[in-house]
Design a protein around this ligand. Structure first.
Ligand SMILES: Cc1cc2nc3c(=O)[nH]c(=O)nc-3n(C[C@H](O)[C@H](O)[C@H](O)COP(=O)(O)OP(=O)(O)OC[C@H]3O[C@@H](n4cnc5c(N)ncnc54)[C@H](O)[C@@H]3O)c2cc1C
Length: 320
């Protein structure tokens, strides 16, 4: 057997290293299946120490590596070009600590994004970065891609919610970047690491901010006969000093594609575009803000519809 595989199995055990061509098929691409690069092997470490040992073996044998979370990336970051070894974090997905007083959590980075919010929902908290892939993508992949989601307009992207990371460097050294404290002295190495697509090392643990669930939520869907009016409505809302939790535009072609698919959501087929607006905050005042958004949406040529959010705490609110 290949000495590299022998050395990796010596570190991780037989069940944590795969190398048969059929086993590797699923790891040859990410969410964008146009580009395919089968790795030489895939390893499944369970601890930071094991990741470190794997990195030492690969550095010694001068074999390239690529970390991988859930493989939902669309930019080829998790592809093992040059027959490298894929380091798959799926077995490192524990919630290590919830610190309610400081509203933070420490997780292993193979944890799936939505699972963190589910785990802390009983405390009225959630993890704010919410890429549309959140049911399957991992916190580690989010850190590497600085992922954002529908709520990043108000709440920011991953970089605004990661306080610290334990990282294994390419020579196997383990370093802690950032931390739970209010500010860290020196260069913002965590800031450099977030968004670096796994090129600086492998994050094995992350300390992340938890955000309180908003007590009140209002969701509006406005459809427009003219896409320019939808754009003007966006400018009008922002110019009015309102930062919606979400403000998403869908154009007419996309509406029709969605409605023709299994994801049909009842969007109006004749619209040139639609805006989804979500407001959140305290119960007191949210209806005033909703009325202000509503007047910003009422632009010439606009047909406006509203419907209730399915999010917990949302109230039904209909067109007057
Ligand atoms: C249907 C769909 C919807 C999407 N919606 C959004 C969206 O709304 N917003 C958005 O930003 N993205 C979105 N994406 C893209 C993708 O889901 C995100 O980039 C996500 O962060 C990738 O996470 P992952 O765990 O799948 O990472 P992977 O695809 O496995 O890896 C992505 C990159 O992260 C690196 N990496 C993975 N784990 C680690 C680690 N522990 N340490 C260091 N580097 C690591 C990999 O090497 C690679 O470079 C979407 C993708 C799909 C398929």
């Amino acid at each position: 057997m290949d000495s590299l595989l022998q050395n990796l199995r010596a570190v991780l055990g037989r069940d944590a290293v795969i190398s048969e061509p059929d086993e590797l098929l699923v790891f040859e691409c990410d969410g964008l299946a146009h580009y395919k690069y089968p790795p030489r092997a895939v390893v499944f470490p369970r601890t930071t120490g094991e990741v470190s040992e794997v990195m030492r073996v690969l550095a010694r044998e001068r074999v390239p590596f690529v970390p991988r979370g859930a493989g939902t990336g669309l930019s080829g970051g998790a592809l093992a070009i040059s027959r490298g070894v894929t380091i798959e974090l799926a077995r490192m997905r524990r919630l290590l600590k919830v610190d309610l007083e400081n509203r933070l959590a420490v997780v292993e980075t193979g944890m799936v994004n939505a699972q963190l919010s589910r785990a802390v929902a009983k405390f009225g908290l959630h993890y704010a970065p919410d890429p549309s892939s959140q049911a399957s993508c991992t916190i580690g992949g989010n850190i590497a891609e600085n992922a954002g989601g529908i709520h990043c307009l108000k709440y920011g992207t991953t970089t605004d919610h990661v306080l610290g990371a334990r990282v294994v460097l390419s020579d196997g050294r383990i370093v802690d970047l950032g931390g739970a404290g209010a500010a860290c002295a020196g260069y913002d190495l965590l800031g450099v690491f977030v968004g670096s697509e796994g090129t600086f090392g492998i994050a094995t643990e992350a300390t992340v901010r938890l955000t309180p669930n908003a007590p009140a939520v209002r969701t509006m869907l406005a459809d427009f006969t003219d896409i320019d009016d939808a754009s003007r409505a966006v400018s009008a809302i922002i110019a009015a000093g309102i930062i919606p939790a979400a403000l998403e535009m869908v154009d007419g072609a996309t509406i029709r594609a969605v409605e023709a698919s299994v994801f049909a959501a009842g969007l109006p087929l004749d619209a040139a575009g639609a805006l989804l607006v979500e407001l959140d905050g305290l119960e007191a005042g949210i209806d005033v803000e909703t009325a202000r958004v509503r007047s910003s949406l009422s632009i010439r040529g606009t047909q406006t519809k509203w419907r209730a959010s399915k999010r917990p705490g949302a109230k039904s609110w209909r067109r007057a």
